[in-house]
Design a protein around this ligand. Sequence first.
Ligand SMILES: Cc1cc2nc3c(=O)[nH]c(=O)nc-3n(C[C@H](O)[C@H](O)[C@H](O)COP(=O)(O)OP(=O)(O)OC[C@H]3O[C@@H](n4cnc5c(N)ncnc54)[C@H](O)[C@@H]3O)c2cc1C
Ligand SMILES: NC(=O)c1ccc[n+]([C@@H]2O[C@H](COP(=O)([O-])OP(=O)(O)OC[C@H]3O[C@@H](n4cnc5c(N)ncnc54)[C@H](O)[C@@H]3O)[C@@H](O)[C@H]2O)c1
Length: 509
Amino acid sequence: MDETDVIVIGGGTGGYSTALRAAALGLEVVLAERDLIGGTCLHRGCIPSKAMLHAAELVDGIAEARERWGVKASLDAVDWSALTATRDDIVTRNHRGVEGTLAHAGVRVVRGSAALTGPRTVRVTPVTATGPDGTPGTGDGQGVSEWTARRGIVVATGSRPRTLPGPAPDGRRVVTSDDALFAPGLPASVLVLGGGAIGVEYASLHRSMGAQVTLVEAADRLLPLEDADVSRHLTRGLKRRGIEVLTGARLEEAEPYDDGVRATVRTARGEVRTLEVERLLVAVGRAPVTDGLELAAAGLATDERGFLAPADWSRLETAVPGIHVVGDLLPPPSLGLAHASFAEGLVVAETLAGGTPRPVDYDAVPRVTYSSPQTASVGLSEAAARARAGDDAVVVNTMPLTAIAKGMVHGQGGIVKVVAERAAGSGSAVSAGSAPVQASEPASAPAGRILGVHLVGPHVSEMIAESQLIVGWDAEPADVAQHIHPHPTLSEAVGETYLTLAGRGLHQH
Ligand SMILES: Cc1cc2nc3c(=O)[nH]c(=O)nc-3n(C[C@H](O)[C@H](O)[C@H](O)COP(=O)(O)OP(=O)(O)OC[C@H]3O[C@@H](n4cnc5c(N)ncnc54)[C@H](O)[C@@H]3O)c2cc1C
Ligand SMILES: NC(=O)c1ccc[n+]([C@@H]2O[C@H](COP(=O)([O-])OP(=O)(O)OC[C@H]3O[C@@H](n4cnc5c(N)ncnc54)[C@H](O)[C@@H]3O)[C@@H](O)[C@H]2O)c1
């Protein structure tokens, strides 16, 4: 049995970030990975999907150039194999980069499937499989190894697509987000089941590439965890692009046949619709991965949904002292997002090195959907703010992006919505479409601390960063309003929204 300071199980974003930070703090780290370093995000999630969505944006640009700007351009065809080659090259280069960074940091990567054998011990059994992109992972190439962790063990085994009873994914007609990447091409028609981030992004991608798309969501709105106005404006934007959006709808039956899938959907109004589509893409969430981990050997068990919950959220430490958990294996309020897992990795590594890092503030983690239109949010939705602080304690200011010149240039609609605490002693409320706060009354500016910011529209993924600092630093509109936004940019709409909430509105009326 070999000894090390820290053993990390799983080399996705959660695991490798923990390993890197722990090594940087001088700890000896072993990282066990049974597939490819980089995990879901790099090989089957964030990176390949955003690469394809970038190509989709270029395709949409051709239509916009022709229809709005008089550019005599047309789309001949999308060469799927060229598109996926570029995508895979980006993934491969990132994969090599992360492996190189780990090696440089001195992290020892052991290729194999890890199981707990006690509260401080792990066994790693080699696996022979290569990853989905065919690239072999790195490792020591040794046989079964047994490790004792002097400081602690970090479980970062992530998640996989959740499937439903009914036809199993076959990689061709019924697919998950994993299979959709490696399918030989894009279908002419698709039913996307699930209107969370994956469903919305893949519906958007397929539509850009010319497919007929029906998006079916069981809840009464898309992105049901986001602010209701985000769902509303996103739905409007997707419908404008020709995507059929059915919310409050259920898939009753799906029957694969030679060339596709015959699906029966019950709509919110109780109508039964039969759709024949080339592909059914199931995007109904992700399930935590713990198979082969042998948690019980360390005295651990998952919760009823399969997550490994920490007993101490501030240190992300389980009920067994010294065993920590990061990433998609965590239940809510963790968010199933790569950047949340990076933050969790930092907290756990610094804890294991003897520090007392600030816990992750899940309310302040930005959430982005890279569809067309995009959505980007941070902090509380209006409903959550009202539920937490009370109806009278909240003010809201919403501004359409088309109210500013750059929004008109883009011509895609969208909104900036800011949710804030009502300032003490302020009587007036600001809300969508209401009269602006008078500039002559700056002392009675209605808004205090900013609780949430919600954006829908083009490029808003790149615009959320300032609001993330504003929410994270408990800023008030008056603190922000004096900082000037460049003209003409979409970000001006954010600045103008804060100006109004500070009682100094310029253009908003
Ligand atoms: C289509 C899609 C798009 C996404 N887009 C985004 C996005 O744009 N932005 C964003 O923030 N998030 C996005 N996500 C979510 C993001 O991918 C996850 O939150 C993130 O990958 C979680 O990282 P993790 O380290 O917890 O788990 P994973 O990345 O799943 O890594 C876990 C690793 O553990 C390994 N493992 C499992 N069991 C064992 C074992 N017993 N022994 C050894 N190794 C083991 C696995 O092989 C895997 O490599 C997306 C997800 C999907 C599916
Ligand atoms: N841009 C991003 O940050 C990004 C992109 C993709 C994925 N992710 C993350 O990956 C994870 C998985 O994403 P996801 O979209 O699969 O999961 P999700 O849980 O976010 O959304 C799943 C959706 O499917 C719906 N649903 C469930 N069962 C259904 C059914 N039978 N019929 C119709 N609808 C049904 C749910 O109501 C929900 O809205 C999430 O944590 C997500 O945040 C993030």
